[in-house]
Design a protein around this ligand. Sequence first.
Ligand SMILES: Cc1cc2nc3c(=O)[nH]c(=O)nc-3n(C[C@H](O)[C@H](O)[C@H](O)COP(=O)(O)OP(=O)(O)OC[C@H]3O[C@@H](n4cnc5c(N)ncnc54)[C@H](O)[C@@H]3O)c2cc1C
Length: 511
Amino acid sequence: MILSYLLHGHIPYYSANPPHPDPLLHAKLRDSPELINVDVSALTDHFAASRLSYSTQALPVNVLLDTLVRTSVDVDELESSTNVEWRFVPEKAVPHLVFGDAVHAGGQWTDNLMPASWDIQTLSYASMLSLPGYSFAEHYRKVTGKDLPAYTRPSREETASYFRTYPEAVQINDVFRFHETLSGISRTENGFYIRSHDIHCKHLVLASGIFTQVLQPSPMLQPMAALQPVPETPLLVIGSGFSAADIIISAPKDQKIIHVFKWDPEGRSSPLRGCHHQAYPEYAGVYRLMKRAAVAADPSKKRVKMRRTTSTPFLETRSWDEVYEGLPNTEIVGVEMQEKQAIITFRQPDGSTLTRAVRGMVYATGRRGSLEYLDRSLLSEVVGDATDISPIISARTLRSKACEDTEVAPNVFIIGSLTGDSLIRFAYGSCVQAAGKLIDARTGKERVRSGSNNTSRPQSSLGVMRGIDGHDITPPSETRVVDNDRMASTLPQRVMPNGLWRWLWRWFDVR
Ligand SMILES: Cc1cc2nc3c(=O)[nH]c(=O)nc-3n(C[C@H](O)[C@H](O)[C@H](O)COP(=O)(O)OP(=O)(O)OC[C@H]3O[C@@H](n4cnc5c(N)ncnc54)[C@H](O)[C@@H]3O)c2cc1C
């Protein structure tokens, strides 16, 4: 939607009044304010040394547009302004079509692949979910007649409603084709051919995301998901990220839970680790439960009692010792289905086994995207030449290519979460970059495929949502633990509605 807005002729310019708080960036942009086709390296090469806390994880072009679109949002959401002015320049419009298999606008926000409630709040503040030309705050005002309170994290439903309305609100709905699945896309002599729709085009922009497919449990585990949970028999929750935590948090207080999770704090730690106990008490609380279980399971570690100082109100809401059993790095080696429950055999890291009766299962170990709509030859151009290339992709798959250039093959661009920066706030950069090249191609300007995203800054670790995944969520005054790509950094409480559990019930009912 951001790219389509640009291609309709809305061009971003640096707006110098008031100047961006980074005086160097202001000086670089003051006299050449057009933000399409900028030299990203030249504009961002001072970011690492700046006193402003620029993300060191996201692509430089994404960081650049983020800081210009939402100046100071990480420091003060209330006072955050913008240094971007969108000018309508119809002669720069580029004809295009946008296809999506969702029933309406909003990509992965249009459905709910996990048993997560529509009431659940986003991790991002509304300002970080806003698209150009019609902000979430404007939408909120239009729908409710009220001003959006600061630090609002809208529900999934409210966010989906905003995205659904967006194309019409900014008058770009003429190009959207919903409920259409593209397949069989191949390169031709002059461009590309889309077999499923018998369409030829000159350029291809891939925006299919990395969250369309939920990882499935092995066939041995699948029958368990059909059993509807009851409080007195443990529900099995598998996963170490936000989705697993959401289920635990919103379960009835007396629901017994067995939680199987990966525990590798030195290597790939849980995304919950970055959640500050003031900003996200429930996520921080679940992380502490996991940590306590991990310590208890490791005989080399001293058994620790949860310290009062780091307990959270959330942890005091239930008798966790009675309802929660955490099993870190535990393998399920046997499932015996009975009429109303399953008897599971677990193998623990030390090789010992234990059995438990469970009823119901939520498998929440992650999601992937798929590029299977590209034919084999185009797929290998996009992903790489290895013989075993797979169309199934994660945030990492195209990352090194995106670090070089979001034009990952001649005239093929990737935008949004495919670049490895999955947050909406970081989608502007790749869209502006693609738009610049498409506008140039349309207006006949010479252009070079250049590695404009590459800087000397380290690109090794991804600051994308890890898990659903993964934000470093730390109040501004605190030391940052994971990275700078946090979603929200101040203190509003995350109100967990009972709705999730009600929804989960219905989810079990329909399966
Ligand atoms: C549970 C969850 C919560 C999240 N919360 C936040 C948050 O709070 N804040 C935030 O900034 N980000 C969040 N994200 C990250 C998410 O990446 C972005 O919000 C955003 O959805 C990324 O947009 P996208 O356009 O890259 O991809 P998507 O939104 O995934 O859209 C891609 C669309 O393309 C469709 N598609 C794929 N293949 C085809 C095909 N062959 N033909 C037609 N259509 C196809 C897909 O079905 C999908 O509808 C969350 C992600 C998840 C999974």
